[in-house]
Ligand binder design. Structure first.
Ligand SMILES: C[S@@+](CC[C@H](N)C(=O)[O-])C[C@H]1O[C@@H](n2cnc3c(N)ncnc32)[C@H](O)[C@@H]1O
Length: 359
């Protein structure tokens, strides 16, 4: 169990482009004459809630095919402080050797961020991580003190080599990402949720606080990935409303279901597999709110992404076709048939803002 939430902005490494925006529009009651279209640019922020409730335990019935993140594994290994410190000092020097080379080549993490990740890895791996105990053991010249851990030291060497040499994202190494007040399990094949996307849940919170119909209505998160948006919305809906979370990727469906179950939201969120609006058959014209963070990177830009993203995150989650607009346009064309009058539609998109030519 974690005592505090790590601010997700410092754990984020993406920078696939400079500006992310969320567009939302509210369909007015018919006739649909004056739909508003508002763009907002979001900067990463520190969460205000510093002491959220601890995450719920892993449920026995969770799908076994999703490997549990490190912090949920039982602390069944033991290691000496000496071995741990030896690994830590090796890992730290590997991180230091990176300097700003990743940053210079593709805006990747620099040594400082990697060292911070190393501390988070220690937090996730050690049972009741307390750096002062380690320091005391060293000060007492008692390096044989035993600590319990959730991975053996050999695995830690392997994981950190993957982080630095293969640029495997930290979130896939530890198997989770901190997002809003949630700790979401992630693995290869599922997009790591980004801080920018939190604004969609904030916008939904805003509209449901003013509109009972929206609060009690049916919501849909299309392309749910880890289930981040769907879970965020379900939590703010509280005792009202319900959510359908969909994805084309079977891995995403598994991971989203795992996360939904971990937060005991199975009664509130139905996870459905299928392409975009197809899984909403049967609820045409009944959806109160539709949200999506679809793939929106132009195909030709994928090769230039930060290595953590381009080499490791699923192309299905990134590639939005030649202009990056294929999925967005598909959703915009089809959304109206799903939404009921007075409903809400929001999606995330990438804006390229050209600077005016300098005179
Ligand atoms: C940018 S990711 C967003 C994931 C998640 N909503 C988030 O914000 O972290 C886009 C998601 O759309 C899914 N996707 C791609 N094509 C799809 C399709 N045709 N139908 C449904 N989902 C699709 C991907 O599998 C991926 O999970």
């Amino acid at each position: 169990m974690k005592p505090t939430v790590r601010p997700s902005f410092v754990r984020a490494w993406p920078c696939i482009a400079s500006d992310f925006s969320t567009f939302f529009l509210r369909l007015p009651p018919p006739p649909l004459a004056h739909a508003r279209n508002i763009a907002q640019i979001r900067h990463r922020r520190i969460h205000s809630s510093l002491s959220p409730p601890p995450p719920p335990p892993l449920l026995a019935s969770s799908p076994p095919s999703v490997p549990p993140p490190l912090f949920l594994r039982p602390p069944k290994y033991t290691t000496t402080v000496a071995d741990l410190l030896e690994w830590h000092s090796w890992a730290k020097s590997l991180a230091a050797s990176v300097g700003s080379s990743f940053e210079d080549s593709d805006n990747g993490p620099d040594s400082r961020l990697l060292c911070r990740e190393l501390n988070w890895l220690m937090e996730d791996v050690l049972d009741g991580f307390d750096p002062s105990l380690m320091h005391k053991a060293v000060a007492r010249d008692d390096p044989d003190v035993i600590v319990s851990s959730r991975a053996d030291v050999q695995e830690l060497y392997r994981l950190w080599k993957q982080r630095i040499e293969e640029r495997r994202p930290f979130q896939y190494i530890v198997g989770c990402e901190h997002w809003r007040d949630l700790i979401l399990c992630v693995r290869e094949g599922v997009l790591i949720p980004r801080p920018e996307t939190e604004i969609i849940v904030d916008l939904v919170g805003d509209v449901i606080s003013k509109d009972q119909g929206l609060r009690e209505g049916l919501w849909a998160d299309l392309g749910t990935g880890s289930g981040a948006i769907a879970i965020g919305i379900a939590k703010i809906l509280g005792d009202y409303g319900s959510v359908i979370a969909t994805d084309l990727s079977p891995v995403a469906i598994q991971v989203a279901s795992f996360n939904v179950e971990r937060y005991s939201l199975q009664e509130k969120i139905e996870v459905r597999e299928g392409s975009w609006l197809d899984p909403l058959k049967g609820v045409e014209g009944k959806v109160a709110g539709l949200v999506s963070n679809p793939p929106y990177i132009p195909s030709d830009d994928i090769g230039g992404l930060q290595a953590e993203v381009g080499r490791h995150e699923p192309r299905l989650a990134l590639d939005g076709g030649a202009e990056g607009m294929d999925d967005l346009l598909h959703l915009c064309n089809g959304a109206a048939s799903m939404l009921k009058p007075g409903s809400f539609f929001a999606f995330e998109v990438l804006l390229f803002i050209e600077s005016p030519p300098s005179s």
